[in-house]
Design a protein around this ligand. Structure first.
Ligand SMILES: Nc1ncnc2c1ncn2[C@@H]1O[C@H](COP(=O)(O)OP(=O)(O)OP(=O)(O)O)[C@@H](O)[C@H]1O
Ligand SMILES: [Mg+2]
Length: 315
């Protein structure tokens, strides 16, 4: 293992545009009360959380057009390191319409690339990972429409020829593909692993058995997040569960990304799997107390960490 940055890859970056429209009605002209646009994407959430926790993160992903330039500028102005792979096309915009009743309507563009754009991203990630002696590459979130069928397995396979460990946090076919290529670790929530392994999401022992069958297929570490119940970590010699304190969540979206960040950042600083799991769960939980992904404070993380417990389960 190497001691360089944690590369957080967002294959499908977005500009997340939230419009606060109290009197929104379909077919009418609405006056916008407030609007805010921020860089969106799971790798960006993970990257921000790694930085808050004191780690060294580098963002990578595909960017296109004027929207891509705007998002890249926002990331740069916020002081984060990033290396983008530019494609002919436009970075997607995801629109969230917040109405007075407290509900949100979300309209997500899917993002569209050509197969060669994906190949360029894979080449860039491998080059940068070796150049930077990266500690890990974390592949976070969905793939854009147009990514080849063998993605992201091709990225996992290529990175396996290097010294860099690969973590995958995705779902559905992309997760299935990645599993087949044997990444070092996967981070899934219980619904994601249940869907891919065809098991019940609410049965802990079934989740652990499914994780063990993934170990038998060449994966080193499986982390399964359980929302307010914490998370499980399963490796060849350890089955463990971390439990967070009871909280009143404000916005748990992206808590999985922060759990992912917490575990990888902890391992990068040389801590063991048990402590990494505890830190990951504390990071996911503190994130749920803030609006947006990876926007918590380090002091608040430490306070939640003190109240997060971890136990070894029978293996
Ligand atoms: N309601 C909650 N109370 C306490 N902690 C929570 C809550 N929701 C999430 N968490 C914390 O965040 C971690 C990840 O949560 P979850 O299982 O919801 O991830 P996820 O579904 O992958 O989320 P996302 O994909 O939106 O990032 C949990 O392991 C836990 O530590
Ligand atoms: Mg998730």
């Amino acid at each position: 293992m190497t001691g360089g940055p944690i590369i957080c890859v967002t294959p499908n970056v977005a500009l997340d545009r939230t419009l606060v429209v109290p009197d929104f009605a379909i077919g009418h002209i609405s006056r916008i009360d407030r609007g805010v646009a921020v860089p969106g994407g799971k790798g960006l959430n993970t990257m921000r959380a790694v930085q808050i926790l004191g780690g060294d993160a580098l963002s990578m992903g595909l960017m296109g057009g004027n929207t891509g330039r705007m998002v890249a500028t926002m990331v740069e102005e916020a002081g984060y390191r990033a290396v983008w792979t530019w494609f002919e096309g436009e970075t997607r915009t995801c629109t969230i319409i917040a109405t007075a009743d407290g509900r949100s309507t979300v309209i997500n563009e899917s993002g569209r690339i050509q197969p060669q754009d994906w190949t360029a991203l894979v080449d860039d990630i491998c080059r940068v990972a070796v150049r930077e002696a990266a500690y890990a590459v974390c592949v976070c979130g969905s793939l854009p429409t147009g990514a080849p069928d063998h993605a992201p397995a091709d990225l996992v396979e290529k990175l396996r020829q290097t010294d860099v460990s690969v973590w995958v946090d995705t779902s559905k076919r992309a997760l299935d593909n990645a599993i087949g290529a044997g990444p070092y670790a996967i981070k899934v929530n219980r619904d994601e692993i249940a869907a891919v392994m065809n098991i019940a999401a609410d049965n802990c022992s079934e989740l652990i058995s499914a994780a063990k069958s993934l170990l038998a297929r060449g994966i080193g570490l499986v982390v399964i997040s359980l929302a307010e119940d914490g998370a499980l970590l399963v490796s060849a010699d350890l089955v463990a569960k971390a439990t967070p304190p009871l909280i009143q969540p404000l916005d748990p979206v992206a808590s999985g990304d922060c759990l992912h960040a917490g575990i990888v950042e902890s391992l990068a600083r040389g801590e063991d799997h048990l402590e990494a799991l505890r830190r990951g769960v504390a990071a996911g939980t503190v994130n749920a107390l803030y609006a947006g992904g990876g926007r918590f404070t380090f002091a608040h993380f430490q306070e939640i960490l003190r109240r997060t417990t971890v136990e070894v389960l029978p293996n």
